[in-house]
Design a protein around this ligand. Structure first.
Ligand code: ZN
Ligand code: FE
Length: 257
């Protein structure tokens, strides 16, 4: 969040490793929820602050992101991908890539970030320097390819990578420690990665969240953002291989790790 932004971000841990997010605008009094993995922790976070939901933003159709939507919606506006309307809770606003919506007084840009699912979207609030990526770009990782192709996910990674460096990546799960072990196995001589992993290990030992993360750090350390990086290609012995094939190889190694 920038110094001038009236927006406050609250991370709400749900289930075993999911995150939901609350975005509250202190000037307008509005509150948006991004994904609804579980009802009780979200209700508790709202009640503790005296906030009521004005909007619910849905990233994709998996149950661990939508299970609580109908119980929490009340009079809130529910926003999700038009492409996935048939498999999401009832939408009040169906959106697609390139749409701009005002949420909590924040101009919010819709990005199609298919790959994990086809129809997965991200919500970018540039004035608050926030992007909600769920199971597309994650801290040191990316979502598994359940529906999309490596080419789709690589395209999604490049879209997210093009956002401003200071953007906070609000992703959907606490998978960072496992992602770090994989990244270290690929790229053990990357000093930025090694120092980041020290921080992750310390944070987890102290019971702290590693989400959100900062895009500038992801760009230097997340192997899924570096499929076109000559240094990573060289480390993998894939110097002459196309970017998308390198991305596919990194993703398939992670699946087997
Ligand atoms: Zn998912
Ligand atoms: Fe998920």
């Amino acid at each position: 969040m920038t110094k001038t932004s009236p927006v406050e971000l609250v991370v709400v841990p749900c289930r075993t490793d999911n995150y939901a997010f609350l975005v509250h605008n202190h000037e307008t009094g509005q509150t948006a929820l991004v994904d609804a993995p579980e009802v009780a922790p979200i209700q508790a976070a709202l009640a503790a602050r005296g906030w009521q939901l004005s909007d619910i933003l849905i990233t994709h159709h998996h149950d661990d992101h939508i299970a609580g939507v109908d119980a929490l919606r009340g009079s809130a506006r529910v926003i999700g991908a038009a492409a996935d309307a048939h498999r999401l809770p009832a939408l009040d606003l169906a959106v697609a890539e390139g749409d701009m919506v005002t949420v909590c007084g924040q101009m919010t840009q819709i990005l199609d970030v298919s790959g994990h699912t086809v129809g997965h979207i991200a919500f970018h609030m540039p004035d608050a320097a926030l992007v909600f990526t769920a199971d597309s770009l994650m801290a040191l990782g990316c979502g598994r390819l359940f529906e999309g192709t490596p080419a789709q996910m690589w395209d999604s990674m490049q879209k997210l990578r093009a956002l401003p460096d200071e953007t906070l990546i609000c992703s959907g799960h606490e998978y960072t420690a496992a992602n770090a072990r994989f990244a270290a196995s690929l790229d053990p001589d990357n000093p930025d990665l090694m120092s980041r992993i020290e921080g992750i290990t310390a944070a987890r030992a102290a019971g702290q969240f590693t989400v959100p993360s900062i895009l500038s750090v992801e760009k230097r350390t997340n192997p899924f953002l570096r499929a076109d990086d000559p240094e990573l290609k060289a480390v993998l012995g894939m110097a002459d291989i196309s970017d998308v094939d390198v991305f596919a190889e990194v993703r398939s190694r992670k699946d087997k790790f």
